[in-house]
Design a protein around this ligand. Sequence first.
Ligand SMILES: [Zn+2]
Length: 453
Amino acid sequence: MKKSIFIFLLLTFVLTFTNACTIWQSVPGSSQTDEPFPIIDMHMHTFQWNKYGEPPPPNLITGNIPEARTNAEAIEAYMAEMDRFNIVLAVGSGEMEMVEAMQLSAADRFLAGTEFPRFTTPVNKRLEQWPNIDELRRLYESDKLQIMGEITAQYAGLPPNDPKLEPYFALAEELDIPVCFHTGFGPPMSPYMGDPDFRMRYGNPLLLEDVLVKHPNLRIYIAHGGYPFIEETIALMLMYQQVYVDISAINWLLTPEEFHAYLQQLMEARLGNRIMFGTDQMIWPETVAMSIEAIESALFLTEEQKQDIYFNNAADFLRLDKSIYLPGSTEYVDESGARVVEVVTSEIRMRPAEPGDQETVSFNLQLGGVTSTAVQVTGWDIDDISETDLLINGKEIELPQGIVADVAPKTVTIDLEEGTLIEGENTITFVFAEAYEGTTGFSILDVRILLRD
Ligand SMILES: [Zn+2]
């Protein structure tokens, strides 16, 4: 969300809100276990400490003025909250200089995004600035950036399906870069107060539909829950199951009642596996605690659902190796006594796909004492012909025909030759090999490794 004027406008509300919002106190990020459950912040910003003025303005809800007076202090303040709440990964965007500073400070706990379009000041002569596509490509290919966005097209008066955005979506799809797309609302009175092109109607997430049809492999999540477009958000996510949503900003800007009512509707629509935690932290690190409290105080959520929102859904969306953050959690012993390591737990979808498209998953194994190994794959394909190649550590493994018979998922277990799996890091790659008669693609839903001593 872009906030320049918002802040000042809503300052007037602060006093009235403050009393009503004593619930928004800092609390521990998790309950019941000693080790707090890991959290991924899918939406924060690496803003300069003085982005909104010197001294910085108070938080809209609490009225507290941030303490940071240098950019380094601003980064430190957010990172202190990461430590306090076990935020293991943050997805942030801002200007490159601050993104790079954050990357240096957080190294392996930060995924860097680029926010665009930007606007020059002063407001009455503002110019829109869009990143150069070739430069963006270079930044992604050199791994300086890992996320596209937050894309805030609404502030430029563009609907999500505007042709101006097309090259960016095409690039993200080509390079398999996750996209954070601003949806929903913005600072009240924006068109009169610094964002003359802002249009509320362009916050409607359903306007992404044509983009999703054109770019079926785009990995996109919509920011701010699509609020307040609940029906359109549900409609979009029901039909397009690759779309995830973050609940940033609405979890601390709205009243707890309004946020909970909104979140509950998303949950009741069975979207609980695609809702991701985010803060939209800008210059107020206390919004981290406020955002967590908004989940902790949601009595309709089970512990498991909270963990999905805090961590699992984002880990699925980003295709992270969960075992890095949840040691031991992806491994169990089955009834036959085999050690089972869960390698893939969310859908790998190549439908539609082009020949050569592939997805690789990395995972760690401890093989000490293992005498036999097998891989168990659950998936489906509708045309009775295997278009899928399976490679383990680069070696092709025959995928039984049973898995490609019909739409109902089938599970096959394939015994592996000795030496196929190795101690430490392994990879599994699915390659879409060849299209037959237009019935292209496949889905892999679940992959497990079976280890027998
Ligand atoms: Zn936003």
